[in-house]
Design a protein around this ligand. Structure first.
Ligand SMILES: Nc1ncnc2c1ncn2[C@@H]1O[C@H](COP(=O)(O)OP(=O)(O)OP(=O)(O)O)[C@@H](O)[C@H]1O
Ligand SMILES: [Mg+2]
Length: 243
């Protein structure tokens, strides 16, 4: 895959990319300042799967939260699809986040009292899409996430872990985001089911041209990504591209 994952030397403000420049996040604690993310430069093209690996405390979740605008950087820059994400107002950040970024969590975070279909419809309720359209889009996304149709009316407790994660993947897709961020998405699944979810995310990246960034401790999962970003002490220790 030579340079598919990296646009060497190109402008980091370009469209169709996600980029960071000397990105930093520090936390003040009673024991002093922790530099959780300490100067990360990153350029990823649209349509790749990137895995973030590294020891516990190396800054993986902090980096993901910054990319997801769930947290604001102490310094540095973030560009997603040509938009500066590092100095948006909170209102703008929320609007762009809903439109541009889909999140997938280890614990699925589904609403227990809603069906699979209703869970996927939920993010569209904030964007003013009409009920009929919401339902049609939710079905489209559940198909992309390959959840069997007979499960659409089931509540999370009636679904297996892998099926619940498929619902979460469908939910992350409804607003047609540029970027999908996943923190340990296979952490609660057995390895065969975890691989299926990863295959699904790979398909979405390559066919639907989503950039997928996955934090994982699982080296088998990381080995299947297009790009592996290895963090150490808040810094990029190594970037590996799949051949
Ligand atoms: N809100 C916070 N306040 C203070 N320190 C924090 C905060 N969030 C993270 N840290 C510190 O920043 C460093 C990086 O944390 P982070 O959660 O990003 O690590 P991680 O690589 O995701 O680890 P793990 O694999 O255990 O999930 C750690 O030293 C952590 O203690
Ligand atoms: Mg973490």
């Amino acid at each position: 895959m030579s340079k598919q994952g990296l646009a060497a030397g190109s402008s980091t403000t370009a469209k169709d990319m996600i980029a960071t420049k000397v990105l930093k996040k520090s936390f003040r604690t009673s024991e002093g300042v922790v530099n959780a993310v300490n100067g990360i430069d990153l350029v990823l093209e649209r349509g790749v799967v990137a895995a973030i690996i590294g020891p516990s405390g190396s800054g993986k979740s902090t980096l993901l939260n910054l990319l997801g605008t769930l947290d604001t950087p102490s310094d540095g820059e973030i560009y997603i699809d040509g938009i500066k994400f590092h100095n948006l107002s909170e209102g703008e950040a929320t609007r762009y986040r809903r439109k541009s970024i889909g999140f997938i969590f280890q614990s699925y975070n589904l609403m227990p009292n809603l069906s699979a279909l209703e869970n996927v419809e939920l993010p569209m309720e904030y964007t003013g899409v009409k009920k009929k359209e919401r339902q049609a889009r939710a079905i489209e996304c559940l198909r992309l996430a390959e959840l069997p149709e007979k499960r659409y009316g089931h509540r999370p407790a009636q679904l297996s872990g892998g099926e619940q994660q498929r619902v979460a993947v469908a939910r992350a897709l409804v607003n047609d985001p540029f970027l999908i961020l996943a923190d340990e998405p296979t952490g609660s699944l057995d390895s065969a089911t975890g691989k299926q979810i990863l295959e699904l995310l790979g398909k979405l990246a390559h066919k639907e041209r989503k950039t997928v960034i996955i934090v994982t401790h699982d080296h088998e999962i990381a080995a299947r990504a297009d790009v592996v970003l290895k963090l150490k002490d808040g810094m990029m220790e190594e970037i590996k591209y799949k051949k």
